[in-house]
Design a protein around this ligand. Structure first.
Ligand code: ATP
Ligand code: MG
Length: 391
């Protein structure tokens, strides 16, 4: 290691440090990658540089970004590499790989038509938190062959790409989380305002009308008062529903368990649906088991609320099951309905499912949708986090 490090001459070191600075200040992950690819070519003398981003299963490439190839050449090659041949070797065994002539290598899958010649190859993995995330490839060294110094530069750049991409990702996640929190805050404010002002005014009006009725003579005025009382009662009911939909006070005061019990009651009484609620003790809350952190409580509540809404509105379900339990440090949420079903992969115009999956991802969990003509199921798993516990 020491010998390769000392082999990095001063100008390369300077270039590396310069790139490092620019990567730290850049917030856009794609710009980070493009800067790093350009620097990788400068530092190693490679004609081409590319970065392949692994897909979810880490068995192929989901994205392929290049530097050094003009747009017309990229266009004429057609499909971007998916991670076969030499690229597969690096996916399966994520460590630096130096090849003198790709075409002669037994692992090569060959090049597509219109592909410029590429002989020498240097590939290094990009790992985020120790997990393979992508690979940095350098090809076609202009003079001589790739050496240990090139490899060292590529390894350092790959580490910096990982840090910069991770930073950019967490900054983006933080912004989304803040916007969710701001939305909940706004809902809380409106719920309070409507409760304390509008609802109280309506209640006052109801008292006045009742008093007027007691003193009114019989005749048409009584009828008018009765109708008014009825209307006011309906409006009060609607207002209560709206307030609870915005944000039930129970969610802040009592926790997600009681808030969901009340939600289930409400949906059952308003819609023609029977809901079976199973909630485990830990989530329900009790002395000794602390409240979950607000982000998690909000997430669980909104997932159940949206799923039940979808089940009755779109699926016209007769029955639904809501199951919430804690297991192995995770809260599991399942909402199943016997409705008409839908295609979970179809493009969406609504925000419900999208918002739900964003919330779950932010909380570090996973969401799974399944559906058939006999019903739909939403399953979510999120790491448990309680108030007063460090992450
Ligand atoms: N349980 C379900 N049963 C049947 N169809 C569903 C169910 N859940 C979702 N869908 C279908 O998926 C679509 C997308 O749902 P999503 O919640 O994202 O949006 P939405 O309900 O249409 O609008 P929003 O939630 O923003 O009010 C729905 O329009 C509906 O067609
Ligand atoms: Mg919806």
């Amino acid at each position: 290691m020491e010998s390769t490090r000392t082999a990095l001459d001063e100008s390369r070191l300077e270039r590396l440090i310069e790139v490092g600075r620019s990567l730290v200040t850049e917030r856009d992950p794609d710009a980070v990658i493009q800067n790093a690819l350009r620097a990788a070519r400068d530092l190693t003398g490679a004609r081409y540089a590319a970065l392949g981003v692994l897909d979810k299963s880490r068995s192929g490439l989901e994205r392929f970004l290049t530097d050094g190839m003009d747009a017309a050449t990229v266009e004429s090659i057609g499909d971007t590499p998916r991670g076969r041949g030499i690229l597969r070797m690096l996916i399966e065994d994520p460590q630096p790989l130096l090849i003198e002539d790709v075409g002669q290598h037994p692992g090569s899958a060959g090049f597509p038509p219109n592909h410029p010649p590429m002989r020498s190859f240097l590939g290094v993995p990009v790992k985020i938190h120790g997990e393979p995330w992508g690979n940095l490839y350098l090809t076609e060294k202009k003079e001589g062959r790739f050496d240990q110094t090139d490899e060292q530069s590529a390894v350092i750049l790959a580490e910096w790409i990982a840090i910069a991409v991770n930073n950019a990702r967490s900054a983006a996640a933080e912004r989304v989380q803040l916007s969710f929190e701001a939305a909940e805050q706004e809902r809380r404010k409106w719920a309070r305002e409507l409760h304390d002002e509008t609802l109280q005014n309506l209640a006052g009006l109801r008292v006045l009308l009742s008093a007027a009725r007691r003193h009114a003579d019989s005749g048409p005025s009584i009828e008018v008062i009765d109708t008014s009382i009825e209307r006011v009662d309906e409006t009060i009911e609607e207002m209560r529903r709206l307030i609870a939909d915005l944000r039930p006070a129970a969610l802040d005061q009592l926790g997600v368990g009681p808030a969901i019990s009340a939600l289930v009651e409400r949906v059952q009484s308003e819609r023609d649906v029977t809901i079976d609620l199973r909630m485990d003790f830990v989530v329900r809350g009790s002395s000794g088991t602390g409240r979950l952190v607000p982000q998690l409580e909000d997430t669980i509540y909104r997932v159940v609320q949206e799923s039940l809404n979808n089940a009755v509105r779109h699926g016209e379900a007769d029955r639904a099951i809501v199951e919430i339990f804690e297991e192995n440090g995770e809260v599991n949420v399942k909402v199943a309905d016997d409705g008409s079903g839908f295609d979970p992969d179809a493009p969406r115009t609504g925000f419900g499912l999208t918002g739900m999956s964003e919330r779950i991802a932010l909380a570090g969990g996973e969401l799974e949708l399944s559906s058939s003509p006999s019903g739909s199921t939403v399953r979510a798993r999120v790491p448990t986090r309680r108030l007063g516990q460090t992450a």
